[in-house]
Design a binder for this molecule. Structure first.
Ligand code: DP6
Length: 320
């Protein structure tokens, strides 16, 4: 009977973005970031002993280079373990457009820790997962989470914010990919060459306090407004980079941003946030999400739309 270990981590979407590294080797970010974990999208990762480190995602063999590098980091950091077969399943309602490195590296870190009987706190798991992918730090926690930028390896990890009853929903608009994609690591490195980069970091520090106060006060309007401002300014950095400026926006991304503005004119609570791709997540209230979804579907051909709501933290799945 082969020993296996399976962990589930949910995707998170940043309302205040991580977009730049002050230490690339340790994966320390230039700003703290703040996210919402989503109920509807998650990754289940099972590990078991194999002949070499291998990776299967949704039953397809993948290039294991990045995972192998991360497993070697864990071996060096926490103690040796055998080669692993990593079997990952991304649960996303439609296409694979939302499968993320955040839920994947969080689930992998937890599965490996469990497999090796390492008794680690969520904080420690978060610190370790950071070395696989920064956004993974936040995927261990339910609801809203903060990744503290920190100043060294020990101090850079995420934690949950106090439980919130905020009726937030994201209307996730999946735009078909057209442009060649730039990885987050490469994209943020280029963004840091923008003459506006330092100002974005300074602004982010200010926005952080306002955002946390708004969360505590259940002020979703302010949460959305800051999230949109923070995200659009992040994308402006990509466009103003002096090293190979670029954009993740497609025409439809821009059209949906205008649609969101129009929704606000009609009295909806609606703000846009965008990550390293053309998809737009519309931040809104749960009681307005369905109507916004219908309007989006009516306005844009070929758009896939899903509603996402606050989700749970890490869990382990028992084998039978
Ligand atoms: C735009 O976590 O993918 O989604 O640490 O290099 O793996 P690496 O980057 P990654 O970057 C995520 C960037 C973002 C914003 C965010 O999630 O905070």
């Amino acid at each position: 009977n082969e020993k296996t270990s399976t962990a589930r981590a949910h995707t998170n979407i940043a309302l205040m973005k991580y977009w730049g590294k002050k230490d690339a080797a340790l994966n320390l970010p230039t700003t703290s970031s703040l996210s919402l974990t989503l109920k509807e999208f998650y990754t289940d990762t099972m590990v078991t002993e194999g002949r070499e480190d291998t990776l299967l995602i949704n039953n397809l063999m993948q290039d294991p280079t990045r995972v192998h590098k991360f497993l070697d980091f864990l071996r060096a950091e926490k103690g040796d373990f055998p080669p692993l077969t990593v079997v990952s399943k991304n649960v996303v309602p439609t296409s694979a457009g939302l499968a993320s490195s955040a839920s994947s590296f969080a689930a992998l870190t937890a599965a490996v820790a469990h497999y090796n009987d390492w008794d680690l706190s969520l904080e420690e798991l978060s610190r370790l997962a950071r070395r696989g992918s920064g956004s993974a730090t936040r995927s261990f926690f339910p609801g809203f989470a903060v990744w503290h930028e920190g100043h060294d390896d020990q101090s850079s990890f995420a934690e949950s914010l106090p439980e919130s009853t905020m009726p937030i929903a994201l209307v996730v608009c999946e735009v078909a990919k057209t442009t060649k994609k730039v990885s987050s690591s490469d994209g943020m490195q280029r963004a840091m060459t923008s003459p506006d980069y330092e100002a974005w970091v300074a602004k982010s520090h200010e926005q952080f306090d306002v955002m946390q106060a708004a969360l505590a006060a259940n002020d979703l309007e302010t949460v959305g407004a800051i999230a949109e401002e923070n995200a659009l300014a992040m994308h402006a950095l990509n466009m103003s980079a002096t090293d190979r400026r670029f954009t993740y926006f497609s025409q439809m991304t821009i059209d949906i941003i205008a649609f969101v503005k129009e929704l606000r004119k009609q009295g909806f609570l609606a703000y846009a946030t965008i990550d390293a791709g053309p998809n737009v997540k519309i931040i809104t209230r749960q009681d307005q999400a369905e109507e916004i979804k219908e309007k989006a579907l009516a306005s844009f051909r070929k758009l896939k739309v899903e509603i996402a709501t606050p989700g749970p933290g890490l869990s382990y799945i028992e084998e039978n």
